[in-house]
Design a protein. Structure first.
Length: 203
């Protein structure tokens, strides 16, 4: 119950900081069974939830299967949720529990999983992982609003590629990479000011 409260708290803070006007409409349309809205929700959150699962399971394909199953479980119980915070908390909790069940079945064959099971089950791991994934999700959302070239440069930067590697991959000068990076960072610094507040609130 404490873990569920922590997840809801994190999601509440992030949702309050970057609230979208259509969130409640989205929830209502999901409850009404609109498949187009489910597709939109799926496309927005699938990568986030797979990334979260990947903190528990090493196989990305297995993570995708878990998230697919949880989406199906959500769709069958969608009328139980009145807001986006509750939906996201449900996904995190369900994905975590499913992954941990898989780990318990696999730990006999996988020594690494067996040795780390206690940590993976801990509240601190859950708190830190949800926090990290939610923040990365917000950052990626804000990056998507930049110009196309700024997006490409910053996404490659997040992959820890050097200016020279980015320039070579995109076929532009290193100075151009630096210029796009500076412009992108300037926008993100302004848009993501609230993340500093968020980190303080949930620390």
């Amino acid at each position: 119950m404490l873990i569920q409260s922590k997840i809801s708290y994190i999601c509440t803070r992030i949702t309050c900081m970057c609230m979208k006007n259509h969130d409640q409409l989205l929830v209502e349309e999901l409850k009404n069974g609109k498949e187009r809205t489910l597709k939109s929700f799926y496309e927005e959150y699938f990568a986030l939830f797979v990334s979260f699962a990947n903190n528990l399971l090493p196989s990305e394909e297995e993570c995708k299967d878990v998230v697919h199953d949880v989406f199906l479980k959500y769709w069958n119980t969608r009328n139980d949720f009145d807001n986006l915070i509750a939906i996201r908390a449900f996904f995190y909790k369900s994905i975590r529990n499913t992954c941990l069940n898989l780990i318990r079945h696999q730990q006999v064959q996988n020594k690494y999983l067996a040795e780390n099971l206690q940590y993976l089950e801990s509240e601190s791991f859950m708190h830190e992982t949800v926090m990290k994934e939610e923040i990365f999700h917000v950052i990626h959302q804000e990056i998507s609003h930049l110009t196309e070239m700024e997006q490409k440069v910053l996404l490659l930067t997040l992959e820890e590629k050097s200016n020279e590697e980015i320039a070579q991959e995109l076929g532009i000068a290193v100075s151009t990479v630096k210029s796009h990076k500076a412009k992108g960072y300037a926008v993100l610094r302004e848009k993501l000011q609230y993340l500093k507040i968020l980190l303080f609130l949930v620390s």
